[in-house]
Write a protein that binds this ligand. Sequence first.
Ligand code: 5AD
Length: 398
Amino acid sequence: MTTAINNILQKDALDRNDLITLLTATAPADIELIRSAAEKTLLAKCGNKVFYRGLIEFSNLCVCDCDYCGIRKSNHSVNRYTLSKDEIIAAAKWCAEQGYGSVVLQSGERRDAAFTDFLEDVIAEIKSATASEKLPNGAGITLSVGEQEPQSYERFYKAGAHRYLLRIEASDPKLFASIHPQDQSQERRIDCLKTLRQIGYQVGTGVMIGIPGQTAENLADDVLFFRDMDVDMIGMGPYIVHNATPMGVYAGYYNESKDRIFQTALLMIAVCRLALKDVNIASTTALQAMRDDGRELGLRYGANVIMPQTTPVDVRRDYLLYEGKPCIDEDAAHCRTCLEMRIRSVGREVAVDDWGDSKKALRKSKSNNNKNNMEGTMPIVMIMEGPPPLRGEPYPTL
Ligand code: 5AD
């Protein structure tokens, strides 16, 4: 296999078969070849710097009912909170003072007028409160507040947010439908991604890795979806079971598949780096939830963004999308020192006072030609066991 992998790694443009071969590598020597090629591409295309975005999970109120997510609206055991404007500004100011050039404002989904007004106001205030000599235009703001009306996206953009994360979760329509209620449509989500791009946001998307029934072919198609949507950023992570959700019935599958899910999540980072070259890729908290050194490993497989936890500690344990989330007790200052050590341990450097836009976004703002060809066909390769939880069919019971 090593020769086949080596041949693929020599290519500049990867086709679908190549993606599948890389994503299904299991021999340690093959995995190391892929990892080191991805790291090399990262260093050549993006450099050695790791960009921070201080993560502020400002509300866990949510109108959605995603089958995997711990803060879904039907989970009545969640203690719901929304931070005050002052609390959010204080967290953002702290980030800017630490040299974090950017923040991510993340919350459950709400589309009511009060929410839109509140967030618009918060964005504008963060911009002025964080402007300094070091950051003349204030902190960079990435939003992650789900599907919104185009007018709301526009208002947030005008108020000063310039990047937006909206995961597609699964690009395969059937797989998407299998983990969402019927009224949450994949088409609408794709429309949102297009609208965000039209407005002028740098756009990020991503998927969960290890969804029951997901195949290597699905993951290869996810990478092609990222390419076709021409995204600037990728945020992906392993699926982690949450017991108080309909997909809690997959606890057995999850426990048996953990190692494979984790390794596949790392390979997805590497493959996205090899295929998409100069996008920003986050090494997400979910990786660390599975393994203490998960985020460092994400960096070694080609990621270049980390989102240090800066949500106030007293509400952090109420924002549990999945079980085993790390750092829920550490204060932000502790998270910072701990992370810096982890980043240095893998030979990388933290960027200071830098918005950390992807090289791709910077390049695109200059010119506008980037498409490489990744077509091809391949029979479906199952990598995730367990029946796909197709909507309409009852979930298996334990
Ligand atoms: N496991 C892993 N990731 C999850 N998310 C939500 N629930 C889970 C889970 N159980 C991710 C989704 C969402 C992001 C904010 O968190 O991909 O887009």
